[in-house]
Design a protein around this ligand. Sequence first.
Ligand code: ADP
Ligand code: ZN
Length: 674
Amino acid sequence: MAEARRKSPAPNQPLGVASGTRVRVMLPLPLEAGTYDYRVPEGMRAEPGHFVVVPLGPREAIGVVWDGEPDPALPARRLKNVQAVLDAPPMTESLRRFVEWVGAYTVTPPGAVLRMAMSAPAALEPAPAKAGWQLAPGAIREDLRLTPARRAVLDLLGPGDVRSGSDLAEAAGVSPGVVRGLADAGILVPALLPKGAAFPLPDPDHPGPTLAADQAAAAEALRAKVAAHAFGVTLLTGVTGSGKTEVYLDAVAQALREGRQALVLLPEIALSAQWLERFRRRFGVDPALWHSELSSRTRRDTWRAVAEGEAPVVVGARSALFLPFPDLGLLVVDEEHETAFKQEDGVIYHARDMAVVRARLAQAACVLVSATPSLETLTNAETGRYDHLHLKERHGSAGLPAVETIDLRRDTPERGRFLSPKLIEAVKDTLARGEQAMLFLNRRGYAPLTLCRACGHRLRCPNCTSWLVEHRAQRRLQCHHCGHAEPLPRFCPECNAEGSLTPVGPGVERVLEEVEALFPDARRIVMASDTIPGPAAATAAAEAIAARQVDLIIGTQIVAKGWHFPHLTLVGVVDADLGLAGGDLRAAERTLQLLHQVSGRAGRAEAPGKVLLQTFSPDHPVMRALVSGDVAAFMAEEAAGRRPGHWPPFGRLAALIVSSEDEQEADRAARDLG
Ligand code: ADP
Ligand code: ZN
């Protein structure tokens, strides 16, 4: 480990801590013990929050000096020395309490949570200063004869100015060789570049849109919350397109005016190009981004800038909750009902719930935003734990789309097809008017099941027994649970019949095939995670749609996200019942949320929108709520159904997963547990 980055005593060291004492140090490892005691050598100062290097067995590790008393009974000879205190902003007390809280709540060793709060270890070293050039003292003499190119470079540098070589060459319009030539001639000498602000300050008073009356009232309430510098949770609701985003961006502006930081959590940051565009329009600059796909360098720079208070606004995925904000003033969770906020591996946590805790510990305002809030959040609003602001109408002239069901029992698609005559007719009319249509089916691939017509055998994943999904474009079968893939077999693996394997049910690829036959002239795009693998593809797709280079969009749940497609007027849901089956407590609630969000894509500009839901159960409460638009009544019914049995949010539910190589053993263990 480089000596240069170690500093002792620590920077900004408050006085009053005796050296030569003991401290507790938490390590970013899943250790049950939580913290270990170390000795602080004479002359070193280590305070709670400081990042320190300590010996750990044969290695060294970076940990955080934790609060609390070291064990006095531990004999001094067993203690090892803290080796160094790192020159990084200390972890704030509020983040330390958060790490402990999350650990206790999720039954995870706190060190495993700490690891999430130390996700950019390189940021604990100060960023290396970059080299540039400045004028050598006394280099400019009257008698110096210079080429015009060299003159152009020197004209850019006043006394004491330092600029990078590439910057100088570009600004002077010369080749980099000219700068090097000046350096070789001793006219320019190397110097360190001043540290530039990596994240420009968003301007809270940059002219934004004029808010409608109810938007303005909601924005004012939120601004007051932020200005209060106190914890409080506000639920912001309103139909899709009612302008909730503009309202909470006003709260972000207030946090900036207060000189505090703001964090906005989005469920699918990779698909948020349109959101970022709006941020840019509102504030004139880009926010700092935080998600798993950042380069390690951006990661380090962003983490460090957040810790030093130099990234005023961060937009991120759930992991951004663990960034080291020194002064968080506002925390927004957009689409708070989204399941993407739940982390299902490693430390299992729900980012929406943890956001509330993070805000409380930081004395920050918390805003939960959704058109269809979760029952958990609604219940908290109803009992008065959260404040509630509601926007009643869509912004501008756009009305809400008309939602109708198509009863598949009566309006049956042709054999082997999945679009009913009514839906086909509606798509035809939409395209004839020069408008765009979207067909939504939350299933990737060609067909969710392949079975043998000869013996009835169903093709299952050898690892996890779920059905294998045919992906016809790649001529493969895939397991969407474990990722197993294999080529599509010619013979049935059970009865050896040839050519007897038949696809059953639709995926988006199969809907595409049907659409190709029905509307050969329509320009089509499929939006699914395998066709839109990342932010660049998502942006390109959104731009093509906005520019009307596409007539028909066929997509999985990624089309439901906050897109604003002004020319899209028809949304057809191919299988509205999908998602209602299964034992999940929240199956109905989630289906409603997803379909409501998809419906919200239709008719966002002047032309009215229409939504058609293909279903076998048009009387299901979810369908009725979508048709009537009365989501509140549906949620009240959901609550009434859950309350008597103490189901969440009226009680708590824990899932225990028993796993074993041996089925019987797992069975036995589960029974014993029961
Ligand atoms: P929501 O978040 O509730 O779905 P948005 O904030 O995305 O709604 O607003 C929907 C559309 O209306 C967006 O294109 C947005 O730019 C526009 N919009 C919202 N409020 C205003 C306003 N006050 N002035 C102009 N355009 C607005
Ligand atoms: Zn599998």
